[in-house]
Design a protein around this ligand. Structure first.
Ligand code: P6P
Length: 352
């Protein structure tokens, strides 16, 4: 069966060479274990948040599995024919992903309320209210236009405490600034499935190991470089921007130190900037000064991560984390990434 020259020792050598060696400890640094480590005790809060993060991770695994079957199984690609509360055409994956979060959080017993880009009003999990006091705000599939062309998409999440009893189910207590987030993060569905989160003690990244079915710690205490050469924006909107924004873009065009990268999905564009530096820009336009991105479940979670990683997120004038929304689906202009790059953008926006 084997060529005569192949001795057992050759095969053994081949085997040892082919399996990448990982420490067992590394394999055991799972997401739930790491979250517990963010607390100094195994308190009830630590246990709850560890379990809650594990449910969010389960949602990520279910969505990742569905995306990997796109084109082979029904109802992954294409549109439903409906429009969401944002007036956007809804992709089939938007609905699937939204329902995954509802299902895994219902079973957790930990979350009373869910607020999603795909739902006009918050969704109350009656059997969990009012005992469980967490609210999960999320964008189930960010960048869903990338689904049909197999480019990266993401889920963005933010965990907040339910303040008091929400008797009339108006969720007015959700209309708070971004500093009151307990945790925030995203799941990036790309070549690998990566979960990035922060609980206020640094930004940490986990890679899904399909052989274990676990998110394993891959990077701890990530910091955004203070400067970066990437600017990420949709220049197709150039003529809809203010003169100040156009001046910034003219500057980076003329300064050969910059390069443009724009993937059409905020999570992927932000992940590049988190690791390599740069700035993401989604300004308002003359017609829509409030911009496109939603504050509570897109900009505020990423602003939380940016600040934790030493970066900055503003609406051009004010730190995103300081903004108190007036309604659940409020939009805001967004400039986020490397501290010095965001400040450079602000210097143009506040000039003239
Ligand atoms: P545009 C996706 O729809 C999204 O919300 C973000 O993920 C992305 O950064 C942005 O909108 C893309 O918008 O107008 O450039 O297509």
């Amino acid at each position: 069966m084997w060529p005569n020259s192949w001795s057992l020792s050759n095969m053994v050598n081949l085997q040892t060479l082919s399996v990448p060696q990982r420490s067992l400890d590394q394999d055991c640094t799972t997401l739930s274990r790491h979250v517990l480590g963010q607390f100094n005790s195994f308190s009830a809060e630590a246990q709850d948040l560890s379990a809650l993060m594990n449910r969010i991770a389960l949602a990520g695994k279910l969505i990742s599995r569905r995306l990997s079957g796109a084109g082979l199984i029904e109802d992954v690609l294409g549109f439903t024919g409906e429009k969401n509360v944002q007036g956007e055409n809804v992709k089939k994956m938007d609905i699937f992903a939204n329902e995954v979060f509802i299902s895994v959080l219902r079973q957790s017993g930990l979350v009373c309320r869910l607020a999603s880009e795909e739902m006009e009003k918050p969704y109350y999990i009656k059997e969990n209210c009012p005992i469980s006091r967490y609210t999960l705000l999320y964008d189930p599939i960010d960048g869903s236009s990338n689904v049909d062309i197999n480019l990266n998409v993401g889920s963005i999440f933010s965990i907040r405490q339910q303040q008091g009893i929400d008797i009339d189910e108006q969720a007015r207590d959700l209309l708070q600034d971004g500093h009151s987030q307990i945790a925030a993060g995203y799941i990036l569905y790309g070549a690998a499935t990566i979960l990035v989160y922060s609980m206020g003690k640094g930004v940490h990244s986990f890679t899904l190991d399909p052989s274990l079915g676990e998110f394993i710690l891959s990077q701890e205490n990530i910091t955004i470089p203070r400067k970066g050469n990437v600017y990420s924006t949709n220049e197709g909107n150039f003529w809809q921007w203010s003169e100040q924004m156009r001046d910034y873009v003219r500057y980076v065009h003329l300064n050969d130190g910059y390069t443009a990268r724009y993937g059409g999905a905020l999570v992927g564009d932000f992940h590049r900037i988190l690791l390599q530096g740069g700035v993401f820009l989604y300004p308002g336009t003359i017609q829509k000064p409030e911009g496109k991105l939603r504050l509570l479940y897109e900009s505020a979670p990423l602003a939380f991560l940016s600040q934790q990683a030493g970066g900055l997120a503003t609406n051009g004038e004010k730190n995103i984390l300081d903004i108190v929304p007036q309604h659940l689906h409020e939009r805001s202009p967004l400039f986020l990434g490397s501290l010095e790059e965001v400040k450079l953008v602000e210097s143009f926006l506040q000039s003239r």
